[in-house]
Design a protein around this ligand. Structure first.
Ligand SMILES: O=C(CO)[C@H](O)[C@H](O)COP(=O)(O)O
Length: 228
């Protein structure tokens, strides 16, 4: 699978969201962090903002729901225009039913794991998903340091995906930057969320291009038996 770079609007200027969304020309998806101050200790935005953003940009929206009760809310984000909806494994009451509902409504279904949540209990669910998100920081805030201890989990997840012959994308989110993206790509990630590394840059579109080039180089040189 080709490398994808998804800028996270958590690090954007929320008073200029439409402009900030358009500033990342060349990005594959716009990563939209939805936080409810319950699942994580921070509060960002909800369905009406996603609806407006989907009209303001041609870049598809990758909505990451860091919220309680995603079983109730996730379908509304599809209706608001999200092309991909990620719910947390720790928050979903019925992840299989929810993934099927997201897909039935026409979006890609994705599940996220907090750093302390192992992948192994979810192995049998992987065919129900279009993407698996491995958090590489504790969710809630941008600008945190990348957790190197997540690299073995990324590798194990890539092995599971390849062993089962699945097409699902493997996303990493948190502390992804020019200093860390190569290690993530070598470990087997193919979708990279970057907030401060993109929006903290003078030229966000150039930052996207540079991150993509680094990830592509690392993916090409990684010695994985199963190319994806
Ligand atoms: O989900 C998130 C935090 O919970 C953000 O997407 C993530 O942290 C991006 O910001 P940065 O690249 O600055 O770490």
């Amino acid at each position: 699978m080709a490398v994808q770079i998804n800028p996270s609007i958590l690090s954007a200027d929320f008073a200029r969201l439409a402009d900030e969304a358009r500033a990342v020309k060349g990005a594959d998806w716009l990563h939209v962090d939805v936080m409810d101050n319950h699942f994580v200790p921070n509060l960002t935005l909800g369905v009406p903002v996603v609806e407006s953003l989907s009209r303001a940009t041609d870049t598809p929206l990758d909505c990451h729901l860091m919220i309680e009760d995603p079983d109730r809310w996730a379908p509304q984000y599809v209706e608001a225009g999200a092309g991909s909806v990620t719910f947390h494994a720790e928050a979903a009451a019925a992840p299989v039913r929810l993934a099927r509902e997201i897909r039935a409504k026409g979006a890609r279904a994705s599940m996220a794991l907090r750093p302390a949540t192992p992948i192994e209990p979810y192995e049998d669910l992987l065919p129900e998903l279009d993407m698996l998100l491995i958090m590489t920081v504790e969710p809630g805030f941008g600008g945190q340091a990348f957790l190197d201890i997540m690299l073995p989990k990324i590798r194990r997840t890539r092995e599971l995906i390849d062993r089962h012959g699945l097409q699902l994308w493997l996303q990493v989110d948190g502390g992804v930057s020019e200093r860390t993206i190569e290690r993530c790509a070598e470990a087997g990630a193919d979708v990279f969320v970057a907030g401060s590394a993109v929006y903290g840059s003078q030229d966000p579109a150039a930052a996207v291009r540079s991150l993509r080039a680094q990830a592509e180089r690392a993916t090409a040189t990684a010695a994985r038996p199963c190319a994806h």
